[in-house]
Design a protein around this ligand. Structure first.
Ligand SMILES: C[S@@+](CC[C@H](N)C(=O)[O-])C[C@H]1O[C@@H](n2cnc3c(N)ncnc32)[C@H](O)[C@@H]1O
Length: 203
């Protein structure tokens, strides 16, 4: 089993709201994005956003330049159908973030539950390269990945766990890590997963 578009399309087609990563509201992401203090017309990208409700929350908060990138069209279609006409206010990119060529800099890079599916050091290094290409000085990164007590398998795929030093290795020296937060995600089936969240500002 690999983290392919087909894998994720099938996972979403089986029922988005029963998937382990589902959350009815992207509460912590919303708080951390607000904590950047950036104006609501700043460019925000949700990498691996899939069907996440973060885009709904950001539109409700008044953000006007939102991009969602995902390799799963089925995932993004769920979000688009949920949003209806409001989906037209969002840029949707179907791409594998490892091979994607960003054509602009984003003020906020948001990732919830995507990076930890990249297992090899080469893929993690590619993620870091993409993050640097898609941001610039003054940009922020909001990244939520499994913590040291997080699961070793999720969505039928092996995952990596991150501690604070792993986050430092990913983000430094280009980013100043402003805060790290451990937070539990309660899955729809009641299981609890430990996440580590990093909020970082690019120097
Ligand atoms: C566990 S889900 C999380 C979805 C969303 N961030 C959320 O919080 O609901 C992981 C998402 O990452 C996407 N994904 C995984 N690897 C990817 C890659 N290399 N490029 C783009 N998207 C990827 C999947 O299609 C899926 O939508």
């Amino acid at each position: 089993m690999t983290s392919s578009p087909q894998h994720w399309d099938a996972a979403y087609a089986a029922g988005h709201e029963t998937r382990g990563w589902y959350q009815a509201s992207a509460v912590l992401s919303r708080v951390l994005i607000r904590d950047t203090g950036l104006p609501h017309d700043c460019a925000v990208i949700d990498v691996g956003g899939g069907a996440s409700v973060l885009v709904d929350d950001l539109l409700a908060d008044g953000y006007s330049d939102i991009t969602v990138l995902d390799q799963s069209t089925v995932g993004m279609q769920i979000a688009q159908e949920r949003l209806g006409d409001r989906a037209d206010q969002v840029t949707w990119l179907t791409a594998d973030l490892r091979t994607w060529q960003p054509d602009r800099a984003y003020a906020i890079w948001h990732d919830r539950a995507v990076l930890h599916f990249l297992l090899g050091d080469d893929d993690v290094s590619t993620y870091r390269t993409r993050l640097l290409e898609a941001t610039g000085p003054g940009s922020w990164a909001v990244i939520g990945i499994f913590g040291p007590e997080g699961p070793s398998v999720c969505a039928g795929l092996p995952v990596r766990q991150y501690d604070e030093s792993d986050l430092e290795a990913l983000l430094q020296p280009e980013f100043d890590i402003v805060s790290t937060t451990f937070a539990d995600h309660v899955r729809p089936d009641g299981d609890v997963q430990q996440f580590l969240w990093g909020l970082a500002k690019r120097l």
